[in-house]
Design a protein. Structure first.
Length: 300
């Protein structure tokens, strides 16, 4: 299969350059890790950027406590394999400490609670830059991000007040208490990610490949059956061949009907679909500006 090697190598070079800029400009960076394919790509790129040395910044996982089991298993194995340092920010701990209030009802999700835990984790670690795997093609709010995205002393984002980025010059200067979100794979598409991961033979969580799973349908979206999601009247559980295109909190991560059991089949599927990968994320459907509103408050 033709993976357009020159194009992928150019994207790789750009991302590695940005990661090295972060290491040189910021005293204390951290790499955000969710267990999804984009954050796995980020870890792989960081590994290549600094080899044979270890990745020079820790991984930070904001754990809702409502994860797919496969995500946590993969995360722990990857951290061990890379010899990386893992920091876990716990939403459950924030709820137990009275720092966050859990939503109630059948549509309740802990996804929004990640923002406060993330900001507290960044402040506690005194991190001056947080690298994330967001891409501009994912969602309209993320399309507004720069590579170096400034956050004020409250961790908030002002999309109208971002610094210009001319050529490959990046300004990481910040005042005490401020930090930057860094997005090295901004210019990648979902198809680029899959083609690159295939080219590099990167191991991925089994969730990304078609498998039989108990699911139910809600508002046109298939959700994995889970004790964390109370059922509405009339919702029935059935088995289906599905896979994840994006991985997050199990309560808001939709799964897709699919027969793609290999990376090559996934690439063919992604190349022909008209639905974006976040089209099955119920947290994005709460309002027209849901993602942008959360980002302004400090969400990734």
């Amino acid at each position: 299969m033709d993976y357009h090697i020159n194009h992928l190598k150019e994207l790789e070079s750009e991302s590695i350059f940005i990661m090295r800029e972060v290491a040189s400009q910021f005293e204390k960076p951290v790499l955000m890790f969710s267990g999804g394919k984009d954050s796995i790509l980020m870890v792989h790129l960081a590994y290549k950027a600094f080899y044979p040395a270890k990745i020079p910044f820790p991984l930070l996982h904001v754990d809702t406590g409502h994860n797919f089991d496969e995500t946590i298993e993969y995360r722990d194995n990857l951290v061990k394999k890379m010899g990386a340092t893992l920091i876990v920010g716990s939403v459950q701990e924030a709820i137990d400490n009275g720092e966050a209030t859990e939503e109630k009802g059948v549509n309740a999700s802990r996804n929004a609670l990640q923002t406060g835990v993330l900001l507290n984790s960044l402040e506690k670690g005194k991190f001056t830059a947080a690298l994330g795997g967001a891409r501009r093609d994912e969602e309209k709010a993320r399309a507004k991000e720069r590579f170096f995205s400034h956050r004020d002393e409250f961790g908030q984002w002002d999309p109208k007040n971002q610094r210009p980025e001319l050529w490959n010059l990046f300004n990481g200067k910040h005042k005490m208490g401020e930090h930057f979100r860094i997005f090295p794979i901004s210019n990648w598409t979902e198809l680029d990610v899959w083609q690159y991961l295939a080219m590099e033979k990167v191991e991925l969580p089994s969730l990304y490949y078609a498998h039989r799973r108990k699911v139910f349908e809600r508002d046109g979206v298939l959700l994995a059956d889970s004790p964390f999601i109370p059922k509405k009247e009339g919702e029935t559980v059935f088995e289906e061949m599905v896979r994840c295109r994006t991985i997050g909190d199990i309560t808001c991560t939709g799964v897709w009907r699919s027969e793609a059991t290999t990376t090559e089949q996934i690439i063919e599927e992604v190349a022909t679909t008209r639905m974006t990968e976040r089209g099955g994320r119920t947290d994005d459907k709460r309002s027209e500006s849901s993602m942008e509103d959360r980002k302004k408050l400090g969400y990734f």
